[in-house]
Design a protein around this ligand. Structure first.
Ligand SMILES: N[C@@H](CCC(=O)N[C@@H](CS)C(=O)NCC(=O)O)C(=O)O
Length: 227
């Protein structure tokens, strides 16, 4: 099998096995556990930045979720799960493909980091308000559309779901009031590709599609006596 996917469990690299399952393409999956919170040395040996996902195709080693998605879609998937420029929803597709890693997730991380050191104050309030605005816009989009790009499920969905699910094992955002997002996560959880990817990539990980944030990863490690 030419394509190898290196997946750090409980992480955004879940996007890549999910993409491969949705495309129905063959791939070799290599799993890595966090040690205890960060990536193990084997990941750092593959990517000097020390982060997953990483894919390999022959002599090529490539990191960055969005780059890996585009590479796989165009090299192995015949462009499936991407919308071409001629498609009426092309602009929506590229906007939402980039929204999660470019805007939502950095803000989620910023709010989470600020809240760890200071629960109140103008900066906290400002960033919390901006983050909620982002979720509200996404919620409206998903009340009005089945998938982020419109009628078709695309790689924009694959790029986004981690920020709304597994990331909440680290950052306890409550999604209860965002009914559009919750309905969307339910639809995602019913996809065969998502189920297959979860079974292969993170078989022990709970499904994180409810409004309340799942049990925090740190608490899990403490309960297991790992930290
Ligand atoms: N922008 C990168 C971010 C990758 C990233 O932050 N990966 C995290 C997992 S969520 C990681 O490998 N963390 C391990 C570490 O920092 O030690 C991407 O989209 O691939």
């Amino acid at each position: 099998m030419p394509l190898t996917v290196h997946h750090l469990q409980y992480s955004q690299s879940e996007r890549i096995p999910w993409l491969c399952e949705e495309l129905g393409i063959p791939y070799t999956l290599k799993l890595y556990q966090r040690d205890p919170m960060l990536a193990p040395k084997a990941i750092k040996d593959l990517n000097p930045i020390g982060q997953a996902p990483i894919i390999q195709d022959g002599d090529l080693t490539l990191a960055e979720s969005a780059a890996c998605c585009e590479y796989i879609i165009h090299k192995f998937g015949n462009g499936r799960l991407a919308l071409p420029p001629s498609h009426k929803d092309y602009a929506d597709y590229i906007y939402w493909f980039h929204f999660s890693n470019g805007t939502l997730q950095p803000m989620e991380l910023l709010v989470f980091s600020i809240l760890r050191v200071q629960s109140e104050g103008p900066a906290t309030a400002r960033y919390k308000e901006m983050f909620e605005r982002m979720l509200t816009i996404m919620d409206k989009r998903l009340r009005e559309n089945k998938w982020l790009a419109g009628e078709e499920f695309t790689a924009a969905d694959i790029m986004t779901v981690f920020s709304l699910t597994t990331m909440r094992a680290f950052d306890p955002i409550d999604l209860t009031k965002y009914k559009g997002i919750l309905g969307y996560l339910k639809r995602v959880s019913e996809r065969e590709g998502y189920k297959k990817a979860r079974a292969k990539a993170d078989p022990e990980m709970e499904l994180m599609i409810e409004g309340k944030a799942p049990r925090q990863f740190e608490d899990k490690l403490k309960a297991e006596g790992k930290i």
